[in-house]
Design a protein around this ligand. Structure first.
Ligand code: SF4
Length: 378
């Protein structure tokens, strides 16, 4: 399988009150140095291997100038055998773009946009300290269409503070009205020291009970089914043929290289993570130092476990014959006795050839996946 290339852009215009990603505030000089370092890392790691996706993630990649994005894509193309029809995705925040900028991103080689919309209700966007409004998100989507983007994804977040099931479904409806090719629905997880927790205490916003969160998920997926989307992963739906080629590599035991601070790579059975700090990353590239902060060779058992629990995230599930061919393991013989109770409860389907979660099973995916983690070697 061809490689995926991930490019991390760690800059944001403001820091959202729930965000736990590797990011910092935008500074022009730092950004210039960072882009130069990124291109250098890509050149150094380039080995002309086949790649068919490039993914700019962040942070807020749409804060880069289109010329910078173009230069990074160019460096990828010179360093790897990137296919002509490669999927090139840029994550974008609605408030950062203009019609001209989007046209220039497209001219630079970006062919897929992923907008962090999160909600189509202004009140919720404000609670999350996002900089855009619902109207701005709609405008951004219209601008993307006008610039010729025919492959657009929108992210929404559910289980927001103070959000009811009905209010969440308004955002889903807002998404369906726009009709993107792809959508990702995430459950907001509020980490222990998130500033959002203080805001919640001040605003007296509560999150809905867990059974309501389950309702949010199930009703949203039903609405997206009705609108002609196909769910292909726990949190992702797409029009037929518009699944994220890049992200599917993470779920199908693929290989990818990550560039930039904190970026992960998995290749030839080795998992690596670059140093997380932006300034340290820039200095290390300049000094030709070791960028890898963590590195470990995955054992055959670790690779199998990961292939199994990542594979279960996909609605098509795990192809047992393919697992046997790749890992010389009869998965059902190894794990069947622990999996059978989930089959009996209607959470998991085993048909002899595949193992896959039902939609209700997706709500309890972690419990099912736990069977595969740290099990004795089979
Ligand atoms: S824009 Fe995204 S990456 Fe940046 S702070 Fe907000 S949630 Fe985090």
């Amino acid at each position: 399988m061809a490689l995926g290339l991930y490019v991390h852009i760690p800059f944001c215009s403001a820091i959202c009150n729930y965000c736990n990603f590797n990011r910092g505030l935008f500074e022009g000089d730092l950004k210039n140095q960072y882009v130069a370092a990124l291109r250098e890392e890509i050149r150094r790691k380039g080995d002309q291997d086949a790649a068919d996706t490039i993914f700019f993630g962040g942070g807020t990649p749409s804060l880069l100038d289109p010329a910078e994005v173009g230069a990074i894509i160019d460096t990828c193309r010179k360093s790897f055998a990137v296919s002509n029809d490669a999927e090139v995705t840029l994550e974008a925040n609605p408030e950062t773009i203009t019609a001209e900028k989007l046209a220039a991103f497209r001219g630079a080689g970006v062919n897929r946009l992923s907008f962090g919309v999160q909600s189509f209700r202004d009140e919720e966007l404000q609670r999350l300290s996002r900089l855009h409004s619902a109207a701005r998100a709609r405008d951004a989507f219209a601008m993307a269409r006008a610039a010729g983007f025919d492959n657009v994804s929108l992210d929404l977040m559910m289980w927001l503070p103070g959000q009811s099931v009905e209010e969440w479904l308004m955002s889903v409806e807002g998404l369906v009205e726009l009709g993107p090719e792809h959508a990702s629905l995430y459950l907001l997880e509020i980490y222990p020291n998130a500033p959002l927790r203080d805001a919640m205490a001040r605003g007296k916003w509560l999150v809905a009970a867990e059974d309501e969160a389950a309702e949010m998920y199930l009703q949203a997926m039903a609405a997206l089914d009705a609108a002609g989307y196909e769910q292909y992963e726990i949190s992702n739906v797409a029009r037929p043929g518009r699944e994220s080629r890049h992200n599917v590599k993470y779920w199908t035991d693929g290989e990818w290289l990550g560039f930039g601070c904190g970026a992960h790579s998995t290749r030839k059975g080795v998992r690596e993570k670059n140093v997380a700090s932006t300034t340290e990353y820039i200095s290390l590239v300049a000094a030709e130092g070791q960028l890898t902060g963590e590195s470990r060779r995955l054992t055959a058992q670790a690779r199998l476990e990961e292939a199994l629990f990542m594979g279960l995230r996909l609605t098509r599930g795990i192809d047992l014959a393919a697992m046997d061919a790749r890992y010389d393991t009869d998965v059902w013989r190894g794990y069947g006795s622990e999996l059978q109770p989930f089959v009996d409860q209607g959470l998991l389907i085993y048909d002899g050839a595949h193992l896959r979660l039902t939609r209700t099973g997706m709500l309890l995916a972690n419990e099912v996946m736990a069977v595969f983690i740290n099990s004795p070697v089979r």
